[in-house]
Design a protein around this ligand. Structure first.
Ligand SMILES: [Fe+2]
Ligand SMILES: [Fe+2]
Length: 147
């Protein structure tokens, strides 16, 4: 059974971001299954590289969105991305050095990397953008409320 399942609590209500999160969850499941099945180091290493590539692209997309929309939590969120990127680089490094990485350690890392980050940071960005979009399509109500 896949360890990482999409569920509505993970939704940020930003379609492009949610789509990439689903792809990252799928990739995390593939990585976990590859390790659980005792497949070759080459396959695991390739999946870690793919995860790192998609991570860079995904974080860049969110960071661009935050800057374009003047998200007030940008600095914190960017720091969290930098921290996660460093952790993934560390996992890759350890793997290259042939250090044993337990399946549970990797599972905990992937959970923290994906699920915890989505809940703690990405959803806050989604809420901010949803709120901002609602305010921009309802200028009359906003004016009334502000008066
Ligand atoms: Fe994200
Ligand atoms: Fe994020």
């Amino acid at each position: 059974m896949a360890h990482f399942q999409w569920n509505p609590t993970l939704s940020t209500r930003i379609d492009a971001v949610d789509r990439e999160h689903r792809e990252l969850l799928d990739l995390a499941n593939r990585l976990q299954a590859t390790i659980d099945d005792g497949r070759s180091a080459r396959e695991i290493s390739d999946l870690l590289s793919e995860l790192a590539t998609r991570e860079r692209r995904h974080f860049a997309r969110e960071e661009q969105l935050m800057q374009e929309q003047q998200f007030p939590g940008y600095a914190d969120h960017k720091n969290a991305h930098d921290d996660l990127a460093a952790k993934l680089a560390n996992v890759q490094e350890r793997f290259r050095a042939e250090e044993p990485i337990g399946s549970m350690t990797l599972l905990a890392f992937l959970h923290d990397w994906l699920v915890t980050h989505i809940h703690s940071h990405d959803r806050a960005l989604g809420e901010y953008l949803t709120q901002k979009a609602a305010e921009s399509v309802l200028p009359a109500q906003k004016t009334l409320k502000d008066d």
